[in-house]
Write a protein that binds this ligand. Sequence first.
Ligand code: KMH
Ligand code: ZN
Length: 277
Amino acid sequence: MPDPVVITAAVVGAEVTRAQNPAVPYTPAEIAAAALAAGRAGAAVVHLHARWPDGRPSQEPGHFREIIDRIRQAGSDVVVQVSTGGALGMSIEERLGALVGGAEMGTLNLGTMNFGEGVFLNARPDIVRVASRLRERGLVPECEVYDGGMLDTLGWLRAEGHLSPPYHVQFVLGVPGGLSAGERQLRFLVEGLPEASAWSVAGVGRHELPMAKLGLALGGHVRVGLEDNLFLSKGVLAAGSDQLVSLVVDRAGRAGREPASPSCARRLLGIRPTRPA
Ligand code: KMH
Ligand code: ZN
């Protein structure tokens, strides 16, 4: 039996713009369409941000509800993960707006860091607040780890009882201001997990596909999509996150891994089934 790999598609994010790549989706309809295409290509999980129609980042509950409704109305069973990271400069209260009904996972960002030219603020009390809100809503946390010390924060959350299994760890490597994307760095992080937990890797920019290959080889899961990388290959813009997912599906086959279905991903990640399998 090939080892299943959970492919997550991060279809929009908060930073990338249509000026950089015309395929970046903005409206709820466009974001839902991008998520559906990624699901058809083999993604089991979609990592969602929202935007206002002019492209500004949004954590409006109504936007997230519309995206999720559209995904479900189209008959897709893809696992829905919403971002509580939002965009730089947003308050934690605003960021929590993404936790609407229908979401199954929510991100839990594990520390403050330089993020490009700005600062991504995640003070410990706010991390605890997001963790407790996720628990109250029954959502599985996706712990976003950008640097080594954030694993210590994960251990601290566990020790203090703020976080308990099931949770999933996403190593996001190559953000300017965070840990760089490389094999040595990823191996160090995986070895530092406080307990055997499912993990995934996302490489930013040109590191996306090399990190995906490494994640496949090391037995992890993989995230790709326009949030992290706009290019299919050097100088060639991706026409959508689904194209990046297709590359990982192809690579997975060559690595002896099989893309997990959404129901398989729910089992692996400890998410309650939302509908009969
Ligand atoms: N937009 C970044 C500053 C998340 O989705 O939880 C944070 C982010 C993390 O994208
Ligand atoms: Zn995100």
